[in-house]
Write a protein of this length. Structure first.
Length: 63
């Protein structure tokens, strides 16, 4: 699954750790999602979308 997480995070000048803290996951999880090594669970994907106030489809797309 492709995603825009790194771009969205960078636009806000957030570190991976800051985003991880906001989502209550590890920094390693954020890195794995950004690099495409891990697809987030549906509940986590919805939390990410809510945090960025965007539709989930605008963050995550089929690869």
């Amino acid at each position: 699954m492709n995603n825009r997480l790194r771009l969205l995070r960078a636009e806000r000048n957030w570190s991976q750790q800051h985003l991880a803290d906001q989502l209550e996951v590890s920094r390693q999880s954020i890195n794995a999602i950004e690099t495409g090594k891990y697809d987030p669970s549906l509940p986590l994907a919805f939390r990410i979308a809510r945090l960025f106030a965007l539709p989930i489809e605008s963050i995550f797309t089929d690869s």
